[in-house]
Design a protein around this ligand. Structure first.
Ligand SMILES: *Cc1c(COP(=O)(O)O)cnc(C)c1O
Length: 396
């Protein structure tokens, strides 16, 4: 079995639990946050209303602030060690709101190759036609990043990256970005604030697809961004109100509820993911496993633990569709972060004929034999039996 290095401490998440389980003072001493299912908040007097229009902060309309949503925003910001946060109706809405708040026509964004597929499509289909340029770099190579940064407006990161799970040296990259006056943003959905706090490594804005681990139960699509107040204020003044992709109070309630079990769920996702990844790495029909936990971490590693999502490439001896259809426990499905294990064979996403739209799956040499697995909360032995039986059944 592959050896995991370095050995990771088993954290008890004291700081996160202080935040998540602090004594609250909700209305009527409710233990759970009340759901303010209202579109608007009215004013007592003309003068009250005038004060708001003169700039006094107050609840007005739920496309702006809503107390149930604010509860989720402030918990997430606190978990990330950030000053402020803003929630959105999806992870993609959060990504779009961040990028579009900081770039204009003529600006250039530097981003990691193998960035999340729909972020890539946002960049290429919507923002390139508006005159924004994107450079896709190997984030594991600080020299390549240093060469791309001069003149750029935004450095958009993932750590690890999507599908290939490449790890970057966040502190080194943010130091370079600061030298060149470039704002940094990262999608931290995979590691969660429990296993990586990018703000502590100099990242300006931290984004989550809260649909994944933060929510944790596969029942909500949502996004959130946290960071310095000044930067969140810019988003609040530009993209948040006018793109209009606000989060609903009920979904914010579900997310706050989900956050409270994050410290219980993540160690199971992490341990299950590492165990299955190591067993796959030792399997004859598996050529490569892409999981940061199976690689030695550098001295500057910012990950203090691992999400349960990784990928592996099966050998040509495996018929991928037959493998997928032979699974009895693990489901085929997109998304991840909930209790159920989910598998995506990349073969289904790679178009048979070259398309005119840039395709993230063919661009960076990703094999059609690559398979992404999101390890849920089921017993590892059930998952392993399912995978090993399906691999045997799929041998050509
Ligand atoms: C799912 C996902 C997103 C997008 O989130 P949605 O809520 O589906 O819009 C962004 N980044 C990563 C890494 C994701 O897995």
């Amino acid at each position: 079995m592959t050896h995991l290095s370095p050995p990771l401490p088993h954290p008890d998440f004291t700081a996160a639990r202080e935040i998540l389980f602090a004594r609250t003072d909700y209305a009527t001493n409710a233990a759970a946050p009340p759901i303010f299912q209202t579109s608007l908040f009215s004013f007592d007097t003309y003068e009250d209303m005038a004060a708001v229009f003169a700039g006094e902060p107050r609840l007005v309309y739920s496309r702006g602030d809503n107390p149930t949503v604010m509860e989720f925003e402030s918990l997430t910001a606190a978990l990330e060690g950030a000053e402020a946060g803003r929630a959105f109706s999806s992870g993609m809405a959060a990504i779009a709101a961040v990028v579009m708040a900081f770039v204009q026509a003529g600006d250039r964004v530097v981003t990691v190759r193998n960035v999340y597929g729909d972020a890539f499509k946002l960049f290429e289909k919507l923002l390139v036609p508006l005159g924004v340029r994107f450079d896709y770099i190997d984030g594991t190579d600080p020299e390549a990043v240093a060469a791309a940064l001069p003149g750029a407006r935004l450095l958009y990161l993932e750590n690890p990256t999507t599908l290939t799970f490449e790890e970057q040296d966040l502190s080194a990259l943010t130091a370079l970005a600061r030298q060149h006056g470039v704002i940094t943003a990262i999608d931290n959905s995979w590691a969660t604030p429990l296993y990586q706090q990018p703000v502590r490594h100099g990242v300006d804005l931290v984004i989550h697809a809260a649909s994944k681990y933060l929510g944790g139960y596969s029942d909500t699509v949502a996004g959130v961004v946290v960071g310095r107040k000044e930067l969140i204020d810019r988003i609040n003044g530009l993209t948040y109100p006018y793109l209009g992709a606000k989060l609903s109070p009920f979904e914010a309630f579900l997310l706050t509820r989900g956050l409270r079990s994050l410290p219980l769920r993540m160690p199971l996702h992490m341990a299950g993911g590492l165990e299955i990844a190591a067993r796959l790495a030792a399997h004859d029909d598996v050529e490569q496993v892409f999981h940061p936990g199976l690689r030695p971490g550098g001295a500057n590693r910012s990950l203090t633990g691992f999400g349960g999502v990784f990928s592996f490439e099966v050998s040509p001896a495996i018929d991928v569709p037959r493998f997928a259809n032979a699974l009895r426990h693990i489901r085929l499905g997109v998304s991840w972060g909930g209790p159920e294990s989910l598998l995506v064979p990349l073969k289904v996403a790679v178009p048979a004929t070259p398309s005119t739209v840039p395709n993230p799956f063919s661009r960076f040499g990703i094999s059609p034999r690559l398979i992404r697995l999101a390890v849920g909360l089921e017993p590892v032995e059930s998952l392993w039996e399912d995978l090993s039986t399906a691999l045997t059944a799929a041998r050509i």
